[in-house]
Design a protein around this ligand. Sequence first.
Ligand SMILES: [Zn+2]
Length: 501
Amino acid sequence: MSTHTLMPYDEALERFEPVLGLETHVELGTASKMFCGCPTTFGAAPNTQVCPVCLALPGSLPTANAAAIESTIRIGLALNCSIAEWCRFARKNYFYPDMPKNYQISQYDEPLCSDGYLDVEVDGKTVRIEIERVHLEEDTGKSTHMGGATGRIHGADYSIVDYNRAGIPLVEIVTKPIPGTDRLAPEVARAYATELREVMRALGVSDVRMEEGSMRCDVNVSLMPRGSSEWGTRTETKNVNSLRSVERAVRSEIERQAAILADGGRIVQETRHFHEDTGSTTSGRSKEEAQDYRYFPEPDLVPIAPDPAWVASLKAALPELPRVKRKRLQQEWGVSDLDMEAMHNADAIDLVEATVAAGAPPADARKWWMGELARRANEAGVPLSALEITPDQIARVCAMVAGGALNDKLARQVLEGVLNGEGSPDQVVSARGLQIVNDEGELSTIIDQVLADNADAAEKVRGGKIAAVGALVGGVMKASRGKADAGRARELILEKLGVSE
Ligand SMILES: [Zn+2]
């Protein structure tokens, strides 16, 4: 049975129902590590942010980072979880070369936060994702495998280890199984990861840069035949590091598992790797069970017993959460659910909000970000926020259009100039000479020429066929290379032809 055979998505969904599960790791943005005082700066020279504790030298003892515990509780509260009044860290035992202790300090049966939910919008509907637990642990170091073709350990000549990341506080957010998403499973997975990332940003607990690994998703997928209520064996695709990849990984696993099941095969419970280039997954290792880790309570750390009054004060001080904020902005901007969802999916809401804050009407701000700029971002294959243009500059262009200095066509050229690095909107307008022709004398000269060149159309208008004026206005716009004010040109043409509407 080939692991490369895929069943077309539609056919797979006709025969099977997917059940999802998502485990997300978020590196907290604390100044120091989870159990020692080492700094956590990303990108420092290898093995320069280490000490006896995070290198696990004999006799060193951990101390829990209070800021990390506070951040984890805030995440739990934002995800509607219950916060444990008393819980402990646990040792998760396994040998791994990038974890010098040979165990990871994590939490097992006593997580800090449990039983919450996160609502997400998909296809105009609200989907409630139940959260099983949010717990705190430490990140591992980073291995780099050298000399092989794939960068994986197989085929490598040797491996090097950087312990700077070892001991950075890591929050793991685990959903309950998510049935019932049907053909929207890939979109639901993506919407959940997107929403979770925004919650983290709003809380200010992590920079959640998926490309730098400060947020990583493990995607669980299983299939059950239509009509069955017995869940199938799941696979876990590890460390998927972009929102788009989360969606693709789910889709590809559904297509792969469906092909195997339809062929009478069995799904192996295992971890899998996602490949950005092909959009497919390949087999990793067979999945450990909890008993393989021989968890036991961490004897070197005191239990965590957050004062309920402190937890209540953290809850009261939570910022406006992204979904609530979106509902508020949707009201203020007067847009439909689907338009709002489209802006959300395009990561445009903050940009539109900032553009409105800079003075643009919401409808105009939305039009440019979701139209011309989304098109250009799409062409360049980058997110909207990566475009070399600011909300202030968009607001300036909106103001120029509203003031009659630009029409939409010219405004698009101004945006193009700004994106090309030609300077601010005002600099582009003057350098490219994009100002609308509002010199009446110049406009009049252009119109005279157009009337002379289009005597037939002019005659029709004179004879009462006002509709024919469109061709004449078009001629003026062409002759002025788009810089005439079309409305004013129309007025002047009718006036010159002695016709009134
Ligand atoms: Zn350290």
